[in-house]
Design a protein around this ligand. Structure first.
Ligand code: HAM
Length: 412
């Protein structure tokens, strides 16, 4: 027998109720983001590899080992997008969006690709809902962005949520801090895990993320970046926290919060849900005031977040959208008369389906029941039999009165 081909590990099909649940999520997100001035953006599925190498950062796991990179045929290297911030920032620069009123506020819902070890809530192709507000460094942008994600989570009925927040300061204060932290790590080298030891120079901050007991002990005594911020950064962060308080968004300041991407400056945050198990990160983001400059676009600040769609759905409790009932099911084959009747009904705004499986009348009525159809029609000599599925009433009506009858419903 010919071997069956399956979807690659870490990918999945979206079917039935899952598709409905996603529709509901998009409806909720759109209803919250668009009134706040966010417009939809869609960028290409693949980009130049340099965009992520420069934007996300050479020292990150994403760039070092998780990208799907390929040669595009003319010597150029391309990468399936592992995240959305660098592409949106590229689009902002490429389309001269700095000429628009600032900040430019964009939202997206797209699929992303990371070569990760698949497990519950972690995939190789996954979807993110995200926003980017580019062109303002006002702390109100940060607080508003966080509030919007909080509102989406609330509308989805997400359970057991925690919002952690910190500030990474500017590149300059972080550089000095990195040197100080690396010295602390080096002084305690023998208690660290091999992985952390190997990355002391490359990315010492990631040591805060380690599970290794010895490393955790060393990190408990490590200096904190939050204590090394400049006065301006400190004020910026205090204002973000104050605005979140004013809006009633509960949050914890966590100076050990690290994000897996290198472009962050100042505010960083993450929502986690204990309902999710090991992959508890529902969504996160922060400010990236140097990213546009790194991409050759000049000094343009930005702020945003992304949330994993699969994790939002796992954490949420809001019921999926119910499939709306079918108004008219046309039985008795799919000949020109039936085909025209179904078409006419749809053009009149009805949800109308044609039996496309050549069912007997009995089979068609059964299928109509499954679809929750309000009416079933089939051709007979002298007109069309129209049956009201709820009352069971049935009547022979002239062919050109079927749609009017269904529109008028209920009853016959
Ligand atoms: P991130 O933290 O890498 O940030 O991803 C955001 C969210 O995407 C995570 O919290 C998680 O819910 C989901 N996610 C990430 N990887 C996977 C995976 N392999 N499988 C399933 N879900 C996943 C970013 O991507 C930044 N671009 C966020 C951002 C926007 N920062 C500023 N603006």
């Amino acid at each position: 027998m010919t071997e069956r081909i399956q979807a690659p590990r870490g990918t999945f099909d979206v079917l039935g109720d899952d598709a409905l649940a996603r529709d509901r999520l998009v409806e909720i997100a759109r209803g919250i983001l668009e009134p706040a001035g966010y417009a939809r953006i869609e960028t290409p599925t693949f980009e130049s590899t340099a965009l992520f190498a420069r934007g996300v950062g050479e020292s990150t796991d994403v760039v070092q080992k998780e990208m799907y990179t390929f040669e595009g045929g003319d010597g150029e290297s391309f990468t399936l997008r592992p995240e959305g911030t660098a592409p949106v920032c590229r689009a902002y620069i490429e389309h001269g969006m700095h000429k628009l009123p600032q900040p430019v506020k964009l939202w997206y819902l797209s699929s992303y690709f990371r070569r990760e070890r698949p497990q519950k809530g972690r995939f190789r192709q996954f979807w993110q809902l995200g926003i980017e507000a580019i062109g303002s460094e006002d702390p109100a942008v940060d607080a508003e962005a966080i509030l919007l994600l909080d509102e989406i989570l609330e509308a989805l009925g997400a359970r057991d949520l925690r919002l952690r927040l910190s500030s990474l300061g500017t590149a300059a204060s972080r550089e000095a801090y990195r040197t100080e932290l690396a010295a602390h790590l080096r002084a305690n080298q023998d208690r660290l895990s091999q992985e952390v030891r190997d990355r002391i120079d490359l990315n010492p901050l990631r040591a805060f993320d380690a599970d290794h007991p010895g490393t955790r002990e060393v990190m408990a005594g490590a200096p904190l970046l939050l204590d090394r911020l400049t006065g301006e950064d400190r004020e910026h962060f205090a204002e973000v926290c104050r605005l979140l308080d004013v809006a009633g968004v509960r949050h914890e300041v966590d100076p050990t919060l690290v994000r897996g991407l290198d472009y962050y400056t100042r505010t960083v945050f993450e929502f986690t849900s204990d309902a999710l198990g090991a992959q508890s990160g529902v969504g996160g983001g922060g400010r990236y005031d140097r990213l546009a400059a790194q991409l050759g676009g000049g000094d343009i600040p930005g702020m945003g977040w992304a949330a994993g769609v699969e994790r939002l759905l796992l954490a949420g409790t809001a019921p999926a959208l119910a499939e709306p009932p079918v108004d008219l099911y046309v039985a008795g084959g799919a000949g020109p008369v039936e085909f025209t009747l179904a078409t006419e009904a749809r053009r009149a705004g009805l949800r109308a389906q044609l039996d496309l499986a050549g069912r007997s009348l009995k089979g068609a009525l059964k299928q109509a029941n499954r679809l929750n159809a309000r009416y079933v029609a089939w051709m007979e000599d002298g007109g069309v039999q129209l049956r009201d599925m709820e009352s069971g009433d049935q009547r022979l009506v002239p062919r050109d009165e079927v749609v009017r009858n269904v529109l008028r419903g209920p009853g016959l």
